[in-house]
Design a protein around this ligand. Sequence first.
Ligand SMILES: Nc1ncnc2c1ncn2[C@@H]1O[C@H](COP(=O)(O)OP(=O)(O)OP(=O)(O)O)[C@@H](O)[C@H]1O
Length: 350
Amino acid sequence: MIIDGSYGEGGGQILRTSLSLAAITGKPLQINRIRAGREKPGLAAQHLTAVRAAAAICHAQVKGDALGSMTLEFVPGNFVQAGSYTFDVSEALPGGSAGALALVLQTILLPLALADGDSEVTLRGGTHVSHSPSITYIEQVYLPMLQQMGVQAEVELKAWGWYPRGGGEVKLLIRGGSISGINLVERGDLVGVRGLAVVTELPSHIPQRMAMRAENLLREAQLKANVQPLRAKGVAPGAGLFLTAEYENTLAGFGALGRLGLAAETVASIACEEMLRFHATGAALDEHLADQLLLPAALASEKSEYQVAVVSRHLKTNAWVIEQFELAQVTVDEVEKKVAIAPVIKQTIK
Ligand SMILES: Nc1ncnc2c1ncn2[C@@H]1O[C@H](COP(=O)(O)OP(=O)(O)OP(=O)(O)O)[C@@H](O)[C@H]1O
């Protein structure tokens, strides 16, 4: 299988989806022009860790696994082995890295979820960093939605890791099994919004102010909201506000990260505005879950269909990668914003 890493979005997701699918199907993979669409193309610490993690679970032989590399050859050695693994993003870069460990987690989760046996994975790196799912999103939104598809996995946050220091840690438990399809065309009524306003190594008035502003903004919009302030220990200062909207049939997640010079109230309003924008669309899935559920849906034993808030370039690019592996037919209706996934060749899995 030869994949053009510059296709569409031209980002890291093409690499990660290809790695997951190569591990699952056992198909040798060559990927060229990796992250050609990005300012600093090639493998960064997070991507290199994902390559090493995917290789470890299926004993792959790898060429091109170096920082900045734009080509990779990945030849799986055997079927994915459930077991105990540790992957550390900071080891991929001299001086450490806050690369998003959620993206490494997503690369190996489905291969391990389809393997025989249970796995326990320790991941170290950034837990809450921009342009990636936070571990709070993984815990509150992504894994519970996967659970609706029969995937049994849970994550525990052991240490917070923010940009630029990283130093976070999570433990992931996965029970091997199969994946079922999902139908999420109707999201149902809003049950409520819950949130976490968190800081590490910063004064307690910051999470309190974030939580209060978020609750006020959401209540002004007539939404039931409960946002908990939390002051935790960490290796460095960090702050963020994370919201989960629970609807009758689905979950959606939003967040904003604090930084020096950004008022606590502003962090809260950025996350709330994102949530309210999504709520107004009436859609079942948030923009990010929309591209992230494609892969489990393609690996499921039934068809899936869902309605999304935004048909993003990430979504269309991920659909293209999945189709290259001939595992599923993905139909994206850009007018109705509906995505239909019909898995095709089951015998290539396992
Ligand atoms: N706020 C967020 N919440 C949940 N998921 C997110 C969020 N921001 C980004 N994501 C998800 O993170 C993934 C990012 O993929 P992308 O291809 O941009 O890769 P990347 O490895 O971060 O690399 P690159 O630097 O190449 O962009 C996508 O699945 C996207 O939906």
